[in-house]
Design a protein around this ligand. Sequence first.
Ligand code: PLP
Length: 492
Amino acid sequence: MAEDNNVEVPRLGIEPETFRLAAANMVDYVIKYYCDVDKRQTFPDVEPGFMRALLPESPPDHPESWQEVFSDIERIVMDGMTHWQSPGFFSYYPTSASYPSMLADMLCSGVPCIGFSWASSPSCTELETVMMDWLGKAIGLPECFIHGGHGPGGGVIQGTASEATLVALIASRSKTIRRELSRDPTQRTHDIVGRMVAYTSQCCHSSVERAGLLSLVEVRRLPVKDDGVLEGGVLKDAVLEDRKAGKIPMFVCVTIGTTSCCTFDDLEGIGKICEAEDIWCHVDAAYAGAAMVCPEFRFICNGIERATSFNFNPHKWLMVQFDCSAMWVRDSSDLVNSAEVNPLYLRHNTESSTIDYRHWQIPLGRRFRSLKLWFVLRMVGVEGLRSHIRRGVREAKHLEELVRSDGRFKVLFPVILGLVCIKLKRPGSSLENENDLNERLYDKIHEDRRIFIVPSTLNGVYFIRICTGSTHCSIEQVNKCWQVITEMAGQL
Ligand code: PLP
C-alpha cells in the first residue's frame, strides 16, 4: 500500500490570517515597486535560460511558507523583468497600470466566476454591456455601436486586439459564406473561402496576417507611400482587380495608429469603398483608440460611422491593466451567427433575451474584466483619463521639439499622439543609406541600458521609435532619454 503522506490543506490553500498578512505584504511590495521603479534597469541583463538555474527541478511536495515565497520574488523574478512601468521604457506602446485597476483585478480573482453566458454569472455579463456603453460614449463612438439595452450594436471585452481582429475576420467569413450560398447553394464552402480576400496595409500589425493564416483567408497587405497611410484609392484598385479575377473581397482591417509609426489609414475613404462593395470594415486602433477620450483627437477616426467593428486596448494607454481589449460591433448577430454551438449544458431559459458573450469571442471561459473599467472610469473619471493622454502627447511633442532643434536628426512622421520616430542623418546621404548608421546608434543605445527603445522600418528605411506616455514617463524623463540618444550619437 502507498504510504499516506496526506497533507491537510485549508480549502483556500492557506489560512485566512496568513492570506491577510501576505496580501498586506504584497500591496506594500507593489506600492514600493512603483515608488522605486526608476532605480531598476529597464531592460534586464539576464541570458536565455537563466531561470532554470534558479529554480529546483521539481515542485515542492510539502507547503512552503509565505515568507519563503515572498523572499524569492526579488531573488528569482525581478532581475529578469523588462520593467514596462519604468521611466526608461520608451519602446513598445505602453501597458497600463493603475491602482483602481489592480483593485478590480483583486476582486476579479477574489470572487472567481466564468462569465461565458448570462446565467453563468449575470453581473459579469451585465456590467460588461453597460461598461462598454460607458467607454464607447467616453471615446465618442457613433450610436450604432452602443448597446443601450437593446442592440443590435454593442461592445465586448476581448483579451487582446489580435483576438478582436480574428473574431471580426471569422464573422466576416461566415457572413460571406452565407451570402454566397444564398446566391448559389451548389457552391462548396471551401471553394468560397478559397476565393475570399481580406485587405490591410503593409504597416498592419502582425496579428492581421496571423488572423488570415488561422482562418485560411488570403490577406493582401497593400502598399503605402512613405507617409505610412493606406489610401482608399489603393484599396479600390485592389478590390476591382480581385473581383475581375473571380475573387471575393470581404474584409478590410484599417489601422488607426500603426505599430511601427503611429500613422492613420484613410478610414473615411476606405469606409466608403467597404460600404459600396459590401466589405466588412474592421478598425484596429489598439493603441491610438485610447486618445479618443479627448475630443481633440477624435479626428484620427474620422469615418468611424462607416466601420463594421472597432477595437482598441484600454490596457495599452487608458490606465486599465492587461487584459482588456474593447471591441464594438454594429450588429452583434454577425458574431453570434459565425460559430454558434449550443450544447444543453450551456443553455439557459433567458438566452433569447440576454447576451451570452461566449458567442462573441473564441474561448468559452472569460474573466470578469469589466470590473477594471468600472473602477477606473469611476475612480479616475473621463477627465482624469483625458489628462493622462494629454500628458503622454505633451511628452512626445516635447521630444519632437528637441529632435527638430538638433540638425543631426530627422523626425520621420507627424507626431500626433505619443510616438516619435527619428533618424540620425548622414550628410549628403539618402535615407536608406543611413540605415547602417542608425542600426549602430540603436545598438549603442540598447547596450547602454539606461533607456529601452525599439527600432522599426518602413519601405526599406530603418528608424528608431520612441514612445512616451507610460506610467512614469515625464518631461524630465524625456530629457534624460534625449540625452542618452545624443550622447550615443556623439560617439559614432
Ligand atoms: N494592433 C496594433 C496596431 C498594435 O499596435 C498592437 C500591439 O501593439 C496590436 C494590434 C496587438 O495587440 P494585442 O497584443 O492586444 O493583440
